[in-house]
Design a protein around this ligand. Structure first.
Ligand SMILES: *Cc1c(COP(=O)(O)O)cnc(C)c1O
Length: 409
């Protein structure tokens, strides 16, 4: 049972916020009476926060599960702190839905998942090194092996080594070549202290040099599995489908799938073979007005930048590029204050960002401002924010910062 955030002292909250584990401390399924407390504490600790909709993530999980044969496992990819949504709470929510395991690329994400009390298998994609063996063993993590050298180095520092062998089917990134993989499987089999839990690949996201690229990659994996079968070294789990693959290529299901973006609501493709109705995990980006003033001539001339003018009312939000807002924000990027749309005024500073409040005379110090989300009957959509931030939807999640508190709704 996690500690209820609304019972922590401000000192405790600040120490949590400055560390990585803020999300871990928040109650997962707050009863309605807890919610104001969570907001209050987020407000005390930081005056800005993200609202993460775990219900949407669970919904997205179920959308995927409904398309897969019951025997196909789901290893939810929660890299980069579950795409900024908090690896611990997200893992706990998806484990409750029945997720078979998780995959991450960095140890802190695996630590957050274990600290959240989740005991399902966790696969480490390439990233962690044998220097971290003690932590990896203590947390019962599975490492990736893409070469004989990697296998030997891991074995040298671990008691029992749990591995997934990674194969590169044409992405030209990490993973053994299809030609080399048989030798690695054979070497791993020869060691009593090595447990081969699976074999996986990541579909190439590079521009295709031939239209048959995806089916070629599936064929390469099928051939590898046939040869492994023939030599008695086929691992129990073969896996290659991330979000794009699992929605477009049912033949990629094999024994398990490891999508990530799908759970935060990004399908990457609208016309998948498998149709899903995904909901966004990021529900709101919230900041607060930390200063307001009416500009007058005693300040000298107004800066010669779009949005500035003499006599205007300027508000300042306690959020800036240090909190993930792009330094070069589009002029006219909207925000919601007191249920009305207002314009943010670039440039963005490390901790502060201006907003034009001239048309909202009742705005006050401390008011909540939404950079994304819904206030009354007004909304700022993900697409709108992504366009103003000059990125795409996954780019929006890439901008989320771990030190900004996440309130789970
Ligand atoms: C990132 C990653 C995934 C998940 O990709 P999405 O596009 O987010 O679904 C799956 N497998 C591997 C090996 C990855 O690196």
């Amino acid at each position: 049972m996690s500690k209820k955030l609304n019972k922590l002292t401000v000192f405790e909250i600040l120490s949590i916020v400055s560390g990585m584990q803020f999300g871990d401390q928040i109650l997962i399924d707050p009863t309605p009476s807890d919610v104001p407390g969570l907001y209050r504490e987020a407000l005390i600790s930081r005056a800005s926060w993200y609202e993460i909709d775990l219900g949407a993530m669970r919904h997205n999980y179920r959308q995927l599960r409904a398309h897969l044969a019951p025997a196909v496992k789901i290893f939810a990819c929660l890299k980069r702190n579950a795409y900024g949504c908090g690896a611990g709470p997200v893992a706990r929510a998806l484990a409750a839905e029945g997720a078979d395991g998780f995959a991450v690329a960095a140890l802190p994400d695996a630590i957050a998942i274990r600290r959240a009390g989740v005991e399902t298998p966790i696969l480490l994609y390439p990233g962690p090194l044998p220097a971290s063996a003690e932590t990896i063993e203590a947390l019962h993590l599975t490492v990736t092996v893409s070469s004989i050298d990697e296998l030997k180095q891991w074995r040298a520092v671990m008691g029992a080594t749990r591995i997934f062998v990674k194969v590169d089917l044409g992405f030209h990134r990490a993973g053994a070549t299809p030609k080399a993989v048989g030798e690695i499987l054979a070497a791993a089999h020869a060691y009593d202290d090595v447990e081969i839990h699976g074999l996986y690949a990541h579909l190439s996201e590079l521009p295709a040099s031939s239209p048959a690229q995806e089916s070629d990659q599936i064929s390469r994996l099928e051939r590898i599995l046939q040869e492994a079968d023939a030599s008695g070294t086929r691992p129990p789990v073969a896996m290659m489908a991330s979000t794009a693959g699992v929605l477009r290529w049912p033949a990629m299901d094999f024994d398990a799938v490891d999508p990530g973006a799908l759970f935060v609501g990004l399908s990457e493709t609208d016309q998948g073979v498998r149709s899903v109705m995904l909901r966004p995990a990021l529900k709101a980006i919230c900041a607060s007005l930390v200063s307001i003033k009416q500009v007058d001539a005693s300040l000298g001339p107004a800066p010669d930048l779009p949005g500035f003018r003499q006599g205007m009312t300027i508000g300042v939000l306690g959020m800036g590029w240090g909190d993930g807002i792009p330094r070069h924000l589009a002029a006219g990027t909207p925000a919601l204050v007191r249920g009305q749309r207002a314009r943010l005024i670039p440039p963005v500073h490390l901790e502060h960002l201006r907003i034009d409040l001239t048309e909202i005379p009742d705005a006050r110090f401390g008011d909540q401002v939404l950079l994304l989300g819904r206030q009354g009957d007004k909304a700022i959509t993900h697409d709108e924010v992504a366009a103003c931030w000059d990125t795409d939807l996954i780019g929006l999640y890439a901008q989320l910062r771990d030190h900004v508190p996440r309130v789970y709704v």
